[in-house]
Design a protein around this ligand. Sequence first.
Ligand code: 2IT
Length: 445
Amino acid sequence: MDINQFMLALERKHLGEQEYLQAVREVLLSVESVYNAHPEFEKAKILERLVEPDRIFTFKVPWVDDRGEIQVNTGYRVQFNNAIGPYKGGLRFHASVNLSILKFLGFEQTFKNALTTLPMGGAKGGSDFSPRGRSQAEIQRFCHNFMLELWRNIGPDTDVPAGDIGVGGKEIGYLFAMYKKLARENTGVLTGKGLNFGGSLVRPEATGFGALYFVRQMLETAGQKIEGKTVAISGFGNVAWGAATKATQLGAKVVTLSGPDGYVYDPEGMNDEKLDYMLELRASNEDIIAPYAERFGAEFVPGRKPWERKVDIALPCATQNELNGEDARQLIDNKVLCVGEVSNMGCTPEAIDAFIQSHTLYGPGKAVNAGGVATSGLEMTQNAMHLSWSASEVDARLHHIMSEIHAQCLRYGKESDGYINYMKGANVAGFMKVAQAMLDQGYLG
Ligand code: 2IT
């Protein structure tokens, strides 16, 4: 297989779908040698079939705002691959949402879900609806109208959406209520539900907690400890909150958070009061971090990113391509020990190249942030069994799954000089599982 030729054809077919093409290229580069070592994959056209989503639904979502004006948004669901289980993946509500972004996320989700060891296929969906500045009544109406179209294409054993950027516990509650009306059933069709209607303990924290378990293991494997280390976190949403909470619990010092308006630098680190305030700020729907600096007397740096600070650990927790080549060089110059991508595709290809070339510990999103969807898988299991596990049981399972993912990265990513290329490890491990499952089921997937 010639990657350049493959990519040229794909670029021609999916003109301008930059994020999707970026995600595909990264995986292809990683799996090239195992692909070529398995002629049965090429014969079965596994790659040609893997890069193409099974199907995409797009639909119109009209709704009425608080002033009585009609608004129109576009809704999507990309069902990417169900070789190893029902489609599974989040819904993103953000002004930037388009097909390229949802296809990249669905593609990544397919491999991430394979890494969790649970039987889940890959999907992603959402809308270009922006919750920013919208009232709760408007968000609720939008969620209802979105589900009015989506419900026919999902189900507890076919496709199970969850949250992502702009979709948290509240939105999942509104979506679930509408689904129940339409489908006339009460099942685990969504994950990230509230605790008193089928949600799982630890699901809100799971992405961040899982990321820190993984990062701690990366450090330990390299003979380092997480205690006392300084951590730069970007974002201040659900994922950033979970990461900041667990990092603080593990004895690290979280010195930055960020928003679209800039970043906060707080050398004292975080505590319970600051962690609680993060949730308050997110719930305000304003999408600015400046009030945090004001409240706690910390430094606010407008219009810049936290990667310019000297820290031991960098954890992008906001969105795709938020850490570029220049940011990476700055972190490396400042002797960063470990970079854990908690957002999906948080680093640009230039940044990843810089980390790998300098032998900096770098964990890719599909491994580092897999604890979120893994705990969604645990929520599905609890729903199917009509029971709920204790927080310590869910946390223990999450912990175990993150260790398994780490072991898979070691198995496929350890290089001859001892450096662990986690990106290669995660991509190859995820690919091998999905490719083998497709092969076993013939050509129809
Ligand atoms: O990117 C992700 O893994 C998520 N947004 C969570 C998906 C899920 O189904 O829990």
